[in-house]
Design a binder for this molecule. Structure first.
Ligand code: WT7
Length: 655
């Protein structure tokens, strides 16, 4: 990684400072002074002080933050207990064990009743179709969540039960997850782009008692008949001896049939008419409304249940260490792991990372484009922003529909101040040139963010120069489903940025770089990225398989949490993620292991089958090597076209 030869800088208009670094590959960009001036952390020195305290005195540091939340009962024992060393016994992490709280109460009731934010917009919802919009205030969200909590309780859902959620990006998805949290049930959200097999596998793995889904939705031009997929999944579960007795269905595509007053809510009806999209809407009326099949005795309409539900609901008071949710992460090998996060630690961590990493202020309009089906959406669409009383955009569509103006027109429409997306989206939009971006004002933007994979400096510089008009710091946030929230990241008002580097650790994070023998490397170094001590948002176990948790993250280097990512630290102490370690091939293996390790055939490949977060799907590579076209569930693959290329170029002599 390194900076491209040519760097584009604007002259007098640039307020981003460019500095000569201590040499080497990257010069850094200082935080713009006007961002620093009002920032929670206004300088690198202040960041260093806070960071030092957070890792040296984690109990005091997080204890102070915990005081800003509501605890039904205080922490009776030690604030933090843990073991990171497999040679010393079971791996465990406990933050505030014995304290009781409820995360839904903290992110809704308190905002409405104590902080008087009831009339503040929690979400501007922007549908797939431009012009289809609604908004929901904190008060309205609280009412709907209470109603749906009552619905779930009436269906027999209790604390500790698992509820599967398979929905597009609509407000009911947020309502459903918060209602689970309110009654102490674990939500297990399955991304609506996943197949019925994936859904079935996830329902079975954590034996979910109930499924919440949606009739159908459009993703760009593409109709997704979600109910049909949900039915297939439940059919498969039944065949495997696990009948799910209840499926609650949101009428979304067929919402118009419900009449303009969305009976489930006190929020304004979804607006569908907007002068400049009349043409589009006419086109849309030609769109198919799929027939929804109905399983008597199992399926229930969301809107019917909500009509009868009371709008007050006492939250379930949970232990800080009770599980909050399960989110499956598709490993490169084996079946997906059910990553378990807990109530207290996750709440502190997502609230704090959201506040500092996006330098949140009350008047912000925040937009994270990630789907709630991923951890990014859990932490930075739902829990983090709501914990801070923020206003966010909830977007159902895609960046290229109806055209590549979409993201920037939404930024202007809602005056988005903080914008968080993935390098793939940036690279995609870059291909269409500057004009679709620059023809929009974007004057509201203050901070930009990225997540998901290393961002190449070229894309970083385009994002900075074109999208952010050189005024907006970019926070390149490195983290994982397993970490719950940001781990390595700049702070917008404090950290000089280097394009392609996730810079420094967040508060409470103590990174190290290890060599193959497990020795900590100092200074400039490259090796395995690990973390030396727990932060509140760390996962606690793999659902139903604690041994897999220990083996995957703690066995290779006892005493450390192992990320599985390779990393370099430069002379200025900046961290640069080099990618998943399991992607690297040991070269010259023949000498080390012997002639048996000589590859039979080396095939050049323009790309490998990867999951969306960049994990190589080894299972698929093995099938290709065997010329076996029965690849199984491929719904997690990022780019299916590489597979046909690999098949057509494989060596014909391999048996
Ligand atoms: C893997 C985690 C965290 C939410 C999205 C993905 C890669 C993530 C960065 C970044 C370089 C990154 C790592 C990590 N990754 N963010 N800013 N720079 N790499 O979550 O599916 O759990 O994947 O994504 O390889 O281990 P995930």
């Amino acid at each position: 990684m390194g900076l491209p030869e040519e760097r584009v800088r604007s002259g007098s208009g640039s307020r981003g400072q460019e500095e000569a670094g201590a040499g080497g590959r990257a010069r850094s960009w200082s935080p713009p002074p006007e961002v620093s001036r009002s920032a929670h952390v206004p300088s690198l020195q202040r960041y260093r002080e806070l960071h030092r305290r957070s890792v040296e005195e984690p109990r005091e540091f997080w204890g102070d933050i915990a005081k800003e939340f509501y605890w039904k009962t205080p922490c009776p024992g030690p604030f933090l207990r843990y073991n990171f060393d497999v040679t010393k016994g079971k791996i465990f992490i406990e933050w505030m064990k014995g304290a009781t709280t409820n995360i839904c109460y903290n992110v809704l009731d308190r905002n409405v009743h104590e902080k008087k934010l009831g009339d503040k917009v929690a979400f501007y919802w922007e549908g797939n179709e431009p012009g289809e919009t609604t908004q929901i205030t904190y008060h309205q969200l609280l009412v709907q969540v209470c109603q749906f909590s009552n619905v779930l309780r009436k269906q027999g859902i209790q604390k500790g039960d698992r509820v599967a959620i398979y929905m597009p990006m609509i407000p009911e998805l947020v309502v459903a997850m918060l209602a689970c949290a309110r009654i102490g049930a674990l939500h297990s959200i399955v991304f609506a782009g996943f197949s019925s097999e994936s859904l079935c596998e996830r329902i079975l793995d954590s034996s979910c008692s109930l499924l919440i889904t949606t009739d159908a939705f459009y993703r760009g031009e593409k109709l997704v008949n979600l109910k049909e997929l949900a039915d297939e999944a439940l059919q498969k579960c039944q065949e495997k001896g696990f009948p799910v007795r209840c499926c609650i269905v949101v009428k979304h595509l067929g919402r118009a049939e419900l009449g303009m007053g969305d009976s489930t809510s006190q929020s304004p009806p979804i607006k569908r008419s907007c002068p400049d999209v009349q043409g589009k809407l006419k086109e849309k009326s030609k769109r198919v409304q799929p027939q929804i099949s109905w399983n008597q005795g199992i399926d229930l309409w969301w809107h019917e249940l909500m009509q009868e539900a009371g709008d007050e609901c006492e939250p379930e008071w949970c232990d800080a260490e009770d599980p909050l949710f399960i989110l499956y992460t598709s490993g490169s090998t084996g079946k997906p792991k059910g990553v378990v996060h807990t109530v207290g630690g996750y709440m502190l961590y997502v609230a704090t990372t959201f506040k500092y990493v996006f330098d949140f202020h009350a008047e912000d309009v925040f937009w994270c484009t990630a789907d709630i089906g991923w951890i990014t959406g859990h932490s930075y669409v739902t829990y983090g922003p709501l914990a801070n009383g923020a206003t966010s955009v909830l977007f159902e569509g895609i960046p290229t529909y109806p055209d590549v103006n979409r993201l920037w027109s939404i930024v202007d429409k809602y005056k988005v101040t903080k914008f968080y997306t993935a390098p793939t989206a940036i690279r995609l939009l870059m291909k269409f040139g500057d004009e679709p971006v620059t023809k929009h004002s974007r004057a509201s933007l203050q901070v930009l963010g990225t997540v998901g994979e290393p961002i190449n400096p070229e894309a970083w510089l385009w994002y900075h120069r074109v999208v952010g008009a050189q005024r907006c710091p970019i926070v390149d946030t490195f983290w994982q489903t397993e970490t719950g929230g940001h781990m390595l990241t700049p702070l917008p008002g404090a950290t000089p940025m280097k394009p392609g580097s996730a810079t420094f650790p967040f508060f409470g994070v103590a990174p190290a770089i290890l060599n193959e023998s497990g020795e900590e490397l100092e200074g400039e170094a490259e090796g395995y990225l690990v973390f030396k001590q727990p932060w509140p948002g760390i996962m606690r176990t793999v659902y139903g398989n604690h041994e897999r948790f220990e083996t995957t993250y703690f066995k290779k280097f006892p005493g450390y949490y192992v990320t599985g990512d390779g990393c370099q630290r430069d002379q200025d102490g900046y961290y640069w993620i080099t990618g998943r370690i399991d992607d690297m091939l040991n070269v010259s293996v023949r000498e080390k292991i012997g002639p048996i390790a000589t590859p039979d055939y080396i095939q050049n490949a323009p790309g490998l089958p990867k999951t969306r977060s960049g994990k190589i799907m080894r299972r698929v590579l093995r099938k290709i090597a065997q010329n076996d076209h029965d690849l199984g569930d491929m719904s997690t693959v990022a780019d299916p076209s590489v597979i046909s290329h690999l098949f057509s170029h494989r060596c014909l002599t391999i048996q």
